[in-house]
Design a protein around this ligand. Structure first.
Ligand code: NDP
Length: 482
């Protein structure tokens, strides 16, 4: 049994209440560990440790911070196998995906911000004629809260923590209670890398208890949150009246728009990935596929026959889809498949549970393609966050733009076309924070990352993240002394 502990002030400990939560392996449906069921007492202790560490951490040189972040990155690389095994078991994702995407990206996050902080600069404005020079001091905020979801556990946890500590803040962080394992291993890594006690504090437990205590703690100056839109709205309601800085990366219902003039084979290969990578549990997955009518039937046949061949199985095996993260989530996805059918949608492949021999109690689902009749049906409007995509034909650019934009969300979009003019027109008109033309999930960590509408507020990535985790103070000097 894996026994996970909190990491507070550089020390590992159980929840003060001694209460624990079960940690379930989604590939077998069995309990394989316990995590602390932390509450406001534990968050209070974590805050105290972070506040005590802040004064000295903020005064470290950029070079000292950078070196520690780069060491953390190297240690993640060294322990990649162990971390990937832990991630795969905890989340149900294929081991090869954890090894090729999640863990390398976690290392890249620390490496990127370890370098970025040495290049971060602020502005100065000389007011000619007034003999004044204004310059912007960018100072760390203090103790900040970082809360992340279960779909890309270490990848998203480190995407927040790395810029926060690079900018000189100290952190109280909470991973999802559903996937706590790699955050626990990260605590050992940061300790080994020489991060001073209290700079990063990791509190495990539920959103309602540990998470809630973080967002309402009066001393925590900012909340960087990635998760569902409903939770994001709740966090905003709680934290905004306390004037905390907020970065909210929320849900998506991303369109994948395919024009007949695209590079067909490349589009087909990437569309398989953008639909079903990580069991479709990536906020950036293209869950609504719109195809120009002249190639709709061909696409439908080719896509469905490729999807029907995707392997589903135990995540440690060489499979395309592993297990869904939890029983509740699997049932929610099945519910949406039923809703689609009630609304007249036609399941072209999948739509059912998969029983994996030897792991009969695991949470497996077949990749599912549903042909829908209307762009505004529920499965096209509400986030399912699983291996389910819808298909619909379209005739013209304006029509598909209406479909693409007619959702509450606005995280990302993919457009497939070889027409440069059209790619620009679509990029300008699609309501999304990220538009990919002829590609998907192609990430440069320097670029701004985030959504509009119900997909969130604020941007992560590159200097945007360092700006979020610092407060700008203008200093105005009158340099004429006589
Ligand atoms: P949730 O919103 O349920 O949870 C996210 C995190 O918030 C978890 O750590 C959760 O804890 C915590 N939490 C829950 N309630 C509270 C609360 N009252 N106060 C503070 N923290 C709380 O999302 P999921 O974990 O289910 O993740 C899936 C969602 O995340 C999807 O909607 C997906 O689109 C979105 N997402 C967005 C991304 C983006 O960049 N825009 C990227 C990845 C995912 P616990 O798990 O313990 O309940």
């Amino acid at each position: 049994m894996l026994r996970i502990q909190n990491f507070i002030g550089g020390t590992f400990s159980d929840a003060a209440s001694q209460r624990c939560l079960d940690n379930i392996d989604p590939s077998s449906g069995e309990v394989y560990g316990a995590i602390p069921d932390s509450d406001q007492t534990d968050v209070g202790l974590a805050y105290k440790a972070a506040a005590e560490a802040f004064d000295s951490w903020r005064q470290t040189t950029l070079d000292q911070r950078s070196k520690i972040l780069l060491t953390i990155a190297d240690l993640i690389d060294e322990q990649a196998q162990e971390l990937a095994r832990a991630e795969s078991k905890d989340n149900g994702k294929p081991l090869k995906l954890a090894l090729s995407v999640d863990i390398p990206r976690a290392a890249a996050n620390f490496r990127f911000f370890g370098h970025a902080i040495t290049q971060f600069a602020s502005e100065s404005h000389e007011s000619t004629g007034q003999n004044t020079l204004n310059f912007t001091l960018r100072q760390p905020l203090g103790v900040v809260g970082c809360i992340s979801p279960w779909n890309l556990p270490l990848y998203l946890f480190t995407w927040k923590i790395a810029p926060a500590i690079a900018a000189g803040n100290t952190v109280v962080a909470k991973p999802s209670e559903v996937t706590p394992a790699t955050a626990y291993l990260l605590a050992e890594i940061v300790q080994k890398a020489g991060l001073p006690p209290g700079v990063l504090n990791i509190v495990h437990g539920t959103g309602n208890s540990a998470g809630q205590a973080i967002i309402e703690h009066p001393g925590i100056k900012a909340i960087s949150f990635t998760g569902g839109t409903k939770t994001g709205a709740h966090i905003a309601r709680t934290a905004a009246p306390m004037f905390k800085k907020l970065s909210l990366e929320l849900g998506g219902k991303n369109p994948n728009v395919i024009f007949a003039d695209c590079d067909y084979q490349k589009m087909l290969d990437v569309t398989i990935r953008s639909s079903f990578a990580n069991q479709g549990q990536i906020c950036l997955c293209g869950s609504r596929i719109f195809v120009e009518r002249s190639i709709f039937e061909k696409f439908k046949n080719d896509f469905v026959s490729r999807v029907a061949q995707l392997t589903v199985g135990h995540p440690a095996q060489d499979v395309y889809l592993g297990a869904i993260v939890s029983e509740d989530h699997r049932d929610k996805i099945l519910h949406y498949i039923a809703v689609a059918q009630e609304e007249g949608g036609r399941v072209l492949t999948g739509g059912h549970k998969v029983v994996v021999q030897g792991h009969e109690k695991g949470f497996y689902l077949a990749p599912t393609v549903i042909e829908v009749k209307r762009a505004d049906c529920r499965v096209n409007q509400e986030e399912i966050f699983g291996p389910v995509v819808t298909l619909m034909p379209f005739d013209g650019e304006q029509e598909v733009l209406n479909y693409a934009n007619d959702v509450p969300y606005g995280l990302s979009a993919s457009v497939w076309t070889s027409d440069l003019d059209r790619s620009m027109r679509m990029s300008q008109s699609i309501q999304a924070g990220i538009v990919w033309i002829n590609t998907w999930m192609n990430r440069d960590l320097r670029t701004p990352f985030g959504g509009i509408k119900a997909s969130g507020v604020g941007r992560e990535g590159g200097f945007e993240a360092l700006r979020f985790f610092t407060e700008a103070k203008n200093v105005c000097i009158n340099y004429k002394t006589t």
